[in-house]
Design a protein around this ligand. Structure first.
Ligand code: GUN
Length: 290
């Protein structure tokens, strides 16, 4: 059987096109309303880390594409945590803003947890706030982190069965591994979270019907980790010494064994941004309809 390439690029485009249409409709509906408010996303960057700048710019560009208003804030590396929290608190009460995203990582002198905690959980489009994390873990509606949500949406769009399947996630981060495990569990998969200290990792991965690599090590998952026909989702974005972007999966090798695989680039990455747009729209609807 030929291997299916799961194109996050194409699927994310379909999501963004749908969203764009909904927002266009909103604009037509509110044409004569002088007090109309449209979906808005505030993007905060602290410092000038080049990788963060690229991510932030891509997020702003996507806002423009779908018709979300973006508000940009850049704080100096030397800004204090209180200054950042003061900005977040102002955005929490700004009626033009429905989503607040603070690009991570933050400078070392800032406490990530305190900063995330300062965001109104209804505007937490990253799904990082403890309230959203808690709601997700008990299977309630909430804002879900964009990367794991993007992984789930790709599987759904491809009509890949999740119920009853063995899903192994390599990586236990709060951003990807843990929330993805909660999402897959809610879809009735049997989920194992593996990590760098897992015994017999390769043998465990070989049991996976759906294998997710979110380790942060270029080309870590080789063909011998993969059960023939398995679905392989590559969350990794690594820059190799040759400056090429590569995933956590050795694509060429695994392609020969897998039933379906996401490429890097063009897989999970574009889905993450599409989910951010969707979360912003969802937050807008909840904030303006309550
Ligand atoms: N840094 C790397 N990934 C992310 C993300 O999904 N959201 C934020 N806010 N920062 C990040």
């Amino acid at each position: 059987m030929a291997t299916t390439i799961i194109s996050g690029k194409e699927i994310s485009k379909a999501f963004k096109d749908r969203l764009k249409k909904s927002i266009e409709l909103l604009k037509i509906q509110k044409e004569n309303d002088p007090n109309a408010v449209f979906p808005g996303l505030a993007v905060i960057q602290v410092g000038s880390d080049p990788a963060s700048s690229i991510y932030v710019n891509n997020k702003k560009k996507s806002c423009e594409e779908v018709g979300i208003v973006s508000f940009s804030y850049t704080l100096d590396d030397s800004a204090t945590e209180s200054e950042l929290i003061e900005l977040i608190e102002a955005l929490n009460v700004d009626p033009r803003v429905h989503g607040i995203l603070c690009q991570l990582p933050l400078p070392k002198h800032m406490d990530e947890f305190s900063v995330i905690n300062a965001i109104d959980h209804r505007k937490d489009v990253d799904g990082f706030h403890p309230v959203n994390k808690g709601l997700l873990s008990i299977g309630r509606d909430c804002l879900v982190s964009c990367t794991p949500l993007g992984c789930l949406m790709m599987l759904k769009e491809m009509n890949i069965d999740i119920c009853g399947k063995n899903c192994v996630i390599i990586g236990r981060s709060n951003i990807v591994g843990k929330p993805l495990a909660a999402l897959m569990l809610a879809e009735n998969a049997t989920v194992t979270i593996a990590h760098s200290k897992t015994n017999n990792l390769k043998a465990l991965c070989q049991t996976a019907d759906i294998l997710v690599a979110a380790i942060g090590r270029s080309g870590f998952v080789t063909a011998d980790y993969v059960k023939p026909g398995a679905v392989v989702i590559d969350v990794g974005i690594n820059r190799d010494p040759d400056n090429k972007v590569r995933g956590d999966v050795n694509y060429d090798e695994v392609f020969e064994v897998a039933g379906a695989i996401t490429p890097v680039p063009g897989g999970v990455g574009p889905m993450t941004i599409a989910m951010l747009m969707q979360n912003t729209y969802q937050a807008y609807l909840s904030l303006t309809q309550s």
